[in-house]
Design a protein around this ligand. Sequence first.
Ligand SMILES: CC(=O)SCCNC(=O)CCNC(=O)[C@H](O)C(C)(C)COP(=O)(O)OP(=O)(O)OC[C@H]1O[C@@H](n2cnc3c(N)ncnc32)[C@H](O)[C@@H]1OP(=O)(O)O
Length: 244
Amino acid sequence: MGRKSNKGKEKKKRRKEEQAKLAASFTLVEAANKQEDPMATMAPFKKYERNGLNLDIECKKVAELDKDTVDWAFSITKNNMQTLYEESNWGWNDRLKKEELTEDKAWFLVARDQEGQPTAFSHFRFDMDEEEEVLYCYEIQLMKTARRKGLGKFMMQILQLLANKAQMLKVMVTVFKMNTESRDFFLKALKFELDETDPGLCDPMEADEYCYEILSKKTVLGAKKQQEGNHCCSGGPHNHPQCC
Ligand SMILES: CC(=O)SCCNC(=O)CCNC(=O)[C@H](O)C(C)(C)COP(=O)(O)OP(=O)(O)OC[C@H]1O[C@@H](n2cnc3c(N)ncnc32)[C@H](O)[C@@H]1OP(=O)(O)O
């Protein structure tokens, strides 16, 4: 019969390890989504009193929000974003945006004034992205009057802390390339970077074809794992020149 190769055994072992890793990631996402109030131990972050703003900040699942707040979130998103969507090749669709905002998985961070009126919100999710556990920020939208007062940065800081607490690996966002203000906000002020899953990065020859970029910022755990070499090159689907 000859000698039996160890290759098959090693492959099987690797597959089992990958399956276990994936199952652990799903468990973390599930636990994050089961939280009653992710900000329960973050009292100092529930108030924003700076630069003329006096706001209370809450974190809730969309199902726990009142209809007026959800309707307001849709309106401000439409006001802020419709033109950008229309100028891109995505187009704007009321129904699709409403569906996205109200999917079961949607979490909301809402900043309200002292009359209870919403001023800013973020729609985010604890989710899997390319086999990694992440906090994905779908929207961060501020009323015009509340901008450039540090509120956006404060809310993103909260998301980064929530991601740390839930042991996610990174916070991700998708940004239109032509939305230069928000690109500056994420890339320059918050030190986000082009994510390894950004389509332009994966396919540089076609980069100009994409009207958007995927940006991310590692959590504490994500940065640690990256340092340990546990990143996309340890068996992931990508092969990036900058990290492989
Ligand atoms: C994932 C997505 O949702 S992408 C879409 C993002 N949302 C939008 O485009 C909607 C309209 N814009 C907004 O809601 C807000 O302006 C945001 C969320 C982009 C930024 O929030 P803000 O509270 O205004 O930003 P904040 O005051 O925290 O700014 C922090 C820093 O970011 C940078 N920055 C913020 N806004 C801008 C801008 N318009 N132009 C250039 N740099 C900016 C600056 O460095 C700023 O620091 P500084 O004011 O000391 O110079």
